[in-house]
Design a protein around this ligand. Sequence first.
Ligand SMILES: NC(=O)c1ccc[n+]([C@@H]2O[C@H](COP(=O)([O-])OP(=O)(O)OC[C@H]3O[C@@H](n4cnc5c(N)ncnc54)[C@H](O)[C@@H]3O)[C@@H](O)[C@H]2O)c1
Length: 241
Amino acid sequence: MNVSNVIVTGAAQGIGKAVAVTLAADPTMSLLLADIQSDKVAEVAAELGATSTQVDIASPESCQDMVQVAVDRLGGLDAVVQVAGLDAPAGTAKDTHPDLWRRVIDIDLSGPWWVAKSAVDHMVQHGGGRIVIVSSVSAHVPSDGTTPAYNAAKAGLHGLVVAMAHQLEGDGILVNAIAPGATGTGQPLTNDERTMLEEIFPLGLGGPQPVADMASFLLGPGGDWVSGAIFNVSGGMHKGR
Ligand SMILES: NC(=O)c1ccc[n+]([C@@H]2O[C@H](COP(=O)([O-])OP(=O)(O)OC[C@H]3O[C@@H](n4cnc5c(N)ncnc54)[C@H](O)[C@@H]3O)[C@@H](O)[C@H]2O)c1
């Protein structure tokens, strides 16, 4: 299918903004950029000649409204790139408060589900579409200072992707995930952390662009025969899954 009407969530900054900039370079694309930071995402949209809306991905109603805005302002919806989320919130197995657990699961696991579900409700009526969910290698890689709720949420997204892909291919809806390694966006890196990452990534610290390029690939003809896949985009650091 030709993908032209696309929602990018989390587009105010970081990986989502890189996805928006990359897709906007294709003149056939019409983009709705969505984020909880409405002013900031409106600025990005203005720079790119795109349109924008506020969304809280933790709210199913807000996600449904976002899809309706895409239908009204773009004239339809072919794909969603779901990037919005909390990046690696601080915490440990010993000190994660119930409120932090619920907030991370609400935004990093339930949020992508509400976004995808709202898109699917439209796509099943309109000949299919594509859903790309940004997860993380944290689905299977532990870290010292990030709450386990984050790893659990990201692992949950991989289950979500294989289940949705299996059940929706017959409706022409292709669902995939991109699992990035550290991109240097989101939680700020200290200079020491950045130096360490530049040294330990076999292919160097790539930033958000390789993730954006993978999203672009999955929306293009290269994605026509790809469904239920988890793409490890981690500069060679994490191998085999
Ligand atoms: N930064 C990394 O190294 C890295 C690595 C792997 C995966 N990821 C994942 O990629 C995604 C984006 O990370 P990033 O580095 O761009 O982070 P970021 O903090 O720079 O951007 C996240 C964006 O999501 C938006 N957002 C947060 N909560 C929201 C909500 N409830 N509703 C709508 N928008 C909301 C923020 O406003 C922000 O614009 C996250 O899911 C993160 O877990 C990041």
